[in-house]
Design a protein around this ligand. Structure first.
Ligand code: UD1
Length: 418
């Protein structure tokens, strides 16, 4: 078991680059199987979720080569219609393979996908959309079996702008017969990036970034190379850590344009931001301030994936803040861990009321999911004394060498195997 130890109370200072985006690269890796050839992705993050997705692709018969932060997948020898259960159970992103498998092989067998426990996370929107494309679905308590005589384009209205369902339907539609129109599609930047990649592979897509996507099916895709953009949530996490510790950092990034919701929340909490073409400098003078009401929303609103990190910042801010979580119903699991450090937080359904305290104190805590884990590190960096954070595996699903990055900014943080 690994534990992260943090000796808190030091402002973060310095300059850092930014890893590639987890939520961009995972559907792109799944999309690789749509082409009976190869796809090269550059600037891929070295994180556990990418390792799991690559292992899954290898089990399905793909050849995977890694070269620094580039990954090349040759899917010409793909020969399995089954998502290996050991990966499917622990990775919600295994769900992304269903659309491409239906497009390429007309069949997909999978366990119900697992992943971070942040709510119910049903897959009804994905399945309803597949049914509209002439997919037969058999389900039992554990397994899903999907098959089609041939995917057919259709008009699909999503009941909610689900990120994963939008991506899955786009990937299914690129090789379907006819045209698919997705209404109420999610508008997250990761979807735009996926569409741009698919277009580079020969797909015919328009409307990316709007709530209405139009995909005209093509006969086949071709080889392509693409560079993954920086991770806007990881960027937001390091900026939040700098604000929480009253520090000053410069972050180089190519995804600032997609960070409006996050940057605005940081400014509301007192951060001074200086934004350049490819970097942002955050300066924090004194304790963060309260945010009267911070609500998570689909893009371009404030993202649910930054909610826990902002809660950690606000736990040490001046005054009372309220966070309202509107996307996932179980995303306040860090509250009990933060309380161990002296935080004063009450929750009532989707609302959390945070009375900022002037000093948090180090404690032993357990990460129970990815972003909540990162938030515990932020709280530990702010606190006086030493903290120990278990559940490191969750954090490593999405953050590349988080201890190394924070150490380079002057934090006293280390990972130890126990
Ligand atoms: C993706 C992101 C995740 C982010 C989330 C919301 C990836 C790998 N993960 O997750 O980091 O937090 O978007 O921005 O990109 N829902 C249903 N039925 C469905 C699908 C979703 O009810 O079939 C609900 C979910 O339970 C949730 C909401 O819709 O309440 C949003 O989920 P969705 O946008 O699908 O998130 P994910 O794609 O799982």
């Amino acid at each position: 078991m690994s534990v992260i130890y943090v000796d808190g109370g030091r402002p973060l200072r310095g300059e850092i680059g930014l890893q590639g985006s987890k939520n961009t690269v995972l559907p792109m890796l799944a999309a690789s199987i749509l082409n009976k050839g190869s796809l090269r992705l550059n600037h891929c993050p070295k994180i556990a979720d990418v390792d799991s997705m690559l292992a899954l692709l290898e089990q399905m018969g793909c050849l995977v080569k890694r070269d620094g932060d580039s990954i090349e997948i040759d899917a010409s020898s793909l020969d399995s219609v089954q998502v290996a259960p050991e990966y499917g159970k622990r990775m919600r992103s295994s769900l992304f393979l269903l659309g491409p498998m239906l497009g390429r092989m007309k069949r997909a067998v999978a366990v119900y996908p697992g992943g971070c426990v942040i709510g119910e996370r049903p897959i009804d929107i994905h399945l309803a959309a597949f049914r509209r494309m002439q997919v037969e679905i058999e389900e039992n308590a554990e397994f899903l079996s999907l098959s089609t005589a041939g995917l057919k384009g259709n008009r699909i209205i999503l009941g909610f702008p689900s990120v994963g369902a939008t991506e899955n339907v786009v990937m299914a539609a690129v090789l379907a017969e006819g045209t698919t129109c997705i209404y109420n599609a999610a508008r997250e930047p990761e979807i735009i990036e996926l569409c741009l990649l698919l277009k580079a592979m020969g797909a015919d897509i328009s409307g990316e970034g709007s709530g209405c996507l139009r995909i005209r099916g093509v006969k086949r895709l071709h080889d392509a190379e693409y560079t993954v953009k920086g991770d806007r949530i990881v960027a937001g996490t390091y900026l939040a850590a700098a604000l929480a510790t009253q520090g000053e950092i410069l972050l180089e990034t190519d995804c600032l344009f997609h960070m409006e919701g996050i940057l605005r929340a940081l400014e509301r909490a007192g951060a001074r931001l200086f934004i350049g073409k490819d970097h942002v400098r955050l300066i924090s003078r004194g304790r963060a301030g309260r945010v009267r009401r911070l609500v998570t929303e689909p893009y371009p609103g404030f993202p649910t994936d930054m909610q826990s990190q902002m809660m950690a910042v606000l736990a040490g801010a001046r005054g009372v803040s309220v966070i309202e979580e509107r996307i996932f119903e179980s995303r306040f699991r860090i509250c009990e861990e933060l309380r161990r450090m002296g935080a004063i937080i009450e929750t009532d359904g989707p609302r959390a009321r945070i009375c900022g305290v002037s000093e948090l104190s180090g404690a032993r805590m357990e990460a129970k999911e990815l972003r909540g884990g990162a938030a515990l590190i932020i709280a530990a960096l702010m606190a006086e004394g030493e903290s120990a954070i278990e559940g490191v595996g969750y954090i490593e699903r999405g953050y590349e060498d988080i201890c190394g990055v924070l150490s380079s900014l002057g934090a006293r943080i280390k990972k130890e195997e126990c």
